[in-house]
Design a protein around this ligand. Structure first.
Ligand code: ZN
Length: 566
């Protein structure tokens, strides 16, 4: 039992500690300079945040497979408008309707800023998700210490990706997208360059080639030959074809490779490999006999799903690609990693066209539903998130059940205004739509392409004039046209990304750790810490402490192997 003196001493020590802690926290809030931001710090902090969240959730759950779904640019406003759109399209109650992933049991928030930008791009954000380290805009699989477009500066600063770790751990790995397979998001699963634009060799400046950098198409094939990547489905076909070779499907399109390599032929040298370039061929693939599957379904990005349906194109849906990828990968005994991107949600938003953005989000949700159906009972963690948001707004006081793509009908201007029949009116007496953009090509001033008034998809303006006649007079029918561009307040050639948090929706083993708000790079750590094979692969690369916990960026042996010549 302590004497009176010892308990007084203990009390005094406790008070002293409290004072020290208070002083420390006061100093911290007064802006004591923190340790410099480095890859090491991002990795360690992401790992610690994941460890804490996993502990709070009752400890790690072991997952065998993981699928990361990435809705490019799919901010919360897009998700809300898309579930109303998807519900209304089925004749259901749109406000109550839930997209497949909105029914997932666990959710969290993701902070998306990059080390150099408040509002991020798709390259740095996907690098954060794939490597556990935040980095600069425009960087793919390279940390913030490099300089953009400077190949030499990236040497020694490449970061192994989740897909590469999976491949090293014996998991089968794949990437699926509706964009070019060399575009920022999919490239960040297998590639490394300090410039997202280096998709095909023709894009690289000579000094980058001399310094040893390769284009993403070549890096993707090299990744497959290194035994890391088994399935790649998306667009960007001509980046894999030698210059001059005619596209098999679209007249007037030719291969772009100046090095003369035929990268499709290089893929076909992999064991049990298949190459397909349309939906008919894809659905005929015998997954049981295929170990390496390459599908390139368009010379560039796949068409929007709406245009695919309207023009009856032989391009697969994202759900079809997802289904086939799972069928090929799931035969691997040690499990698999798959990344699926709804890449054109972002493109439709940049184009200022809410209809296509909502329809692409619906198609993305169908791909998620397909994955949920095909992975039941297989120990598969499914994580759905976005890389960043956009400037789409959902506004006014439309009455319940109002067409999400229509004019606002209900109270005008104020939530307690009298509801009159017909469309609500702005202060100028003109109708307005529920959805709008803060900036982009929907600005109603005249451009060198379209006259003053409402704008139509596609609107690729070179120059724009100020608004002379005020807001356009729009009718409900005009607003509901699939090609209508919602009004934008600030005229820009392309609508921009937005900087607020995006959502994370998770289900399956490991999902319960997804709760609270995370820096985006913590997503990597939440996944790797709950897949024993991935964690072991990290530890083999000297990333772990004495307790086997990943605490520092892994060390990879030098550069990626080149594409085998021949
Ligand atoms: Zn974008």
């Amino acid at each position: 039992m302590p004497t009176d003196t010892t308990s007084r001493t203990a009390r005094f020590a406790g008070q002293a500690l409290l004072i020290v802690l208070l002083l420390c926290s006061a100093r911290a809030s007064a802006g004591t300079p923190a340790a410099p931001e480095t890859a090491q710090r991002w990795f360690a902090e992401g790992a610690a945040a994941a460890r804490k969240a996993i502990a709070e959730a009752g400890g790690p759950q072991r997952a065998r497979n993981v699928i990361v779904f990435l809705g490019d640019g799919m901010g919360f406003t897009t998700v809300a408008a898309a579930h109303i759109y998807a519900g209304q399209r089925l004749g259901a109650d749109g406000e109550r309707f839930r997209l497949s992933f909105e029914r997932f049991p666990y959710t969290a928030f993701s902070r998306t800023y990059e080390t150099d930008q408040q509002t991020p791009d798709s390259a740095g954000t996907m690098t954060a998700i794939m490597t556990g380290v935040k980095t600069r805009a425009g960087f793919i699989g390279v940390d913030q210490a490099a300089r953009r477009g400077d190949c030499r500066s990236a040497q020694g600063h490449t970061l192994p990706t989740l897909l590469e770790l999976a491949g090293r751990a014996g998991l089968a790995a794949g990437a699926v997208t509706t964009a070019r397979i060399t575009h920022a998001t999919p490239a960040a699963t297998y590639g490394h360059n300090p410039e997202r634009g280096w998709e095909v060799d023709a894009d690289l400046p000579p000094e980058a080639v001399r310094a040893g950098c390769g284009d993403f198409a070549a890096q993707m094939i090299a990744s497959a030959h290194a035994g890391l990547l088994r399935v790649a489905l998306g667009g960007g076909r001509t980046e894999f074809m030698p210059a001059g070779q005619p596209d098999p499907q679209h007249e007037g399109f030719f291969g772009q490779r100046l090095d003369g390599r035929d990268l499709v032929a290089a893929w076909l040298r992999l064991p049990r490999s298949r190459y397909v370039w349309n939906a008919t061929q894809l659905t005929a693939v015998d997954a049981a006999r295929t170990r390496h599957l390459l599908g390139l379904f368009n010379p560039s990005h796949l068409e929007y799903d709406y245009d695919r349906r309207r023009r009856k194109l032989d391009e697969p849906t994202l759900a079809q690609m997802t289904a086939m990828a799972i069928e090929v990968l799931r035969r691997n005994r040690k499990g698999y990693f798959l990344m699926v991107e709804g890449g054109r949600i972002d493109h439709a938003l940049h184009a200022g066209n809410a209809f296509r953005a909502l329809d692409e989000t619906r198609a993305f949700a169908e791909a998620v539903a397909e994955a949920v159906r095909r992975t039941a009972g297989t120990g598969t963690l499914i994580v759905v998130t976005a890389d960043h948001s956009h400037t789409l707004t959902f506004a006014g006081y439309p009455r319940r059940g109002n067409d999400i793509l229509g004019l606002v009908t209900g109270a005008s201007g104020s939530y307690d205004a009298v509801v009159r029949a017909g469309p609500a009116r702005d202060a100028l007496g003109r109708p307005y739509t529920t959805l709008g953009f803060a900036n982009g090509p929907g600005y109603s001033g005249a451009s060198d392409r379209q006259p003053e008034g409402s704008k139509h998809h596609p609107h690729l303006a070179g120059s724009v004039e100020g608004i002379a006649q005020g807001r356009p007079q729009i009718t409900g029918a005009q607003a509901r046209d699939p090609d209508y561009l919602q009004e934008a307040a600030v005229p820009l050639k392309e609508e921009t990304h937005g900087g607020e948090d995006v959502g994370i929706w998770a289900r399956g083993p490991g999902a319960r750790a997804f709760h609270g708000e995370f820096e985006q790079n913590a997503i990597f750590h939440l996944i790797v810490q709950q897949i024993p094979r991935l964690r072991a692969a990290l530890c083999r690369l000297d990333a772990c402490d004495a307790h086997g916990l990943p605490v520092r960026p892994p060390h990879l042996p030098a550069a990626a192997p080149a594409v085998p010549a021949r």
